[in-house]
Design a protein around this ligand. Structure first.
Ligand SMILES: C[S@@+](CC[C@H](N)C(=O)[O-])C[C@H]1O[C@@H](n2cnc3c(N)ncnc32)[C@H](O)[C@@H]1O
Length: 227
């Protein structure tokens, strides 16, 4: 991953992740919330600004949350909105970090799995390490990016829906270059092999090989269950 690309992104991240324009992000949180019961441990991997983590906690305030986020500007914002009971881990997810976690009921990868590695083999290792830290019957929930961005379509969508975003034309014009750079970084990361986009088949390969089976699929939302 390229943590510096999130420095400016953090400032406009919440604006461009508007839940009215992208309801599927909130739908993912609802699917995740349904998997949890009182006292369950959940780890949000690459939680960003914590906007959707906060949505999860509104629905299931009684979970034990670990929030993993390596980007300083993202974590700075997340820290202002997550409860002090949350365990904030300011580091990339790796085997060492996982080995320190108690068994979890749920690992969340919302728009973050793609950014961890550029090839499949490290994901196979990660899936085995995740399995070792997932309770029997516990889950890994993934919201995958739908694919590379069409920059013209993206700009059109935001411009047409500017009022839903609640910003002036000036603010949109001022912030768009930041988003454009992030979208381009994502597109080049995919085409240059720095990032990995998953589909059902590659997820089955990686997580199936580590003892998980797919128990839910809707669009680019997938739940893999251990056992
Ligand atoms: C597109 S953001 C998604 C944030 C949030 N989950 C959401 O959907 O709103 C991807 C996040 O993954 C984080 N990330 C990148 N590499 C990571 C790694 N190796 N371990 C944990 N998080 C990582 C980035 O810093 C970034 O905040």
């Amino acid at each position: 991953m390229n943590p510096s690309c999130y420095d400016d992104y953090a400032k406009v991240f919440d604006l461009y992740s508007n839940v009215h324009l992208f309801p599927q992000n909130l739908r993912f949180i609802e699917v995740a919330a349904e998997l949890l019961q009182h006292g369950d441990r959940v780890t949000d991997v690459g939680g960003g600004t914590g906007m959707f983590t906060a949505e999860l906690l509104e629905r299931v305030p009684w979970v034990n949350l670990t929030f993993v986020e390596p980007s300083p500007p993202m974590m700075e914002i997340a820290a202002t909105r997550l409860p002090i009971s949350a365990d904030l881990v300011h580091a990339p997810l790796n085997g060492e970090l996982l080995a320190q976690l108690p068994p979890q009921k749920l690992f969340l990868f919302q728009r973050s799995l793609y950014s961890l590695h550029g090839t499949i083999d490290p994901y196979r290792k990660l899936a085995v390490e995740l399995a070792a830290r997932t309770l029997e019957g516990g889950h890994v929930a993934i919201y995958e990016m739908p694919g590379p961005y069409d920059m013209e379509l993206a700009w059109e969508y935001y411009s047409v829906n500017r009022e839903v975003l609640g910003v002036t034309a000036e603010v949109l014009l001022e912030t768009w270059p930041v988003m454009e750079a992030v979208f381009q970084e994502f597109n080049s990361g995919i085409s240059e092999g720095r990032y990995t986009l998953f589909n059902r088949s590659s997820l089955d390969d990686v997580f199936g090989g580590a003892g998980f089976r797919c128990t839910y699929e809707e669009g680019t939302t997938f739940v893999y269950t251990k056992g």
